[in-house]
Design a protein. Structure first.
Length: 88
């Protein structure tokens, strides 16, 4: 659920796009990204924020194995690297 829906703010096209993007990333990762997690520090960040930060860093590092690091491990290599790259 997008944050705007939960706090009774207006739903716009941007909110729909955000929600769709979250669903796509949840499918790729195979976990719910909207839950909260506690970092080793005293700061809290969402699983979504953590996922995007880590994926972005790996993509920009230029390593080819970033897809294997972000994809649902239960797929056991049975996926299209091209499709995953496009989805992320």
């Amino acid at each position: 659920m997008v944050p705007e829906w939960a706090i009774n703010h207006p739903i716009t096209a941007k909110v729909d796009v955000y929600g769709y993007g979250v669903v796509i990333l949840e499918i790729v990762k195979g976990i719910r990204l909207s839950s909260w997690a506690v970092e080793d520090t005293d700061d809290q960040e969402s699983e979504l924020t953590r996922f995007v930060r880590v994926a972005k860093r790996k993509i920009h590092s230029g390593k080819d194995l970033w897809i294997e690091d972000v994809i649902d491990q239960r797929l056991q290599g049975q996926f299209s690297r091209i499709q995953v790259a496009k989805m992320v």
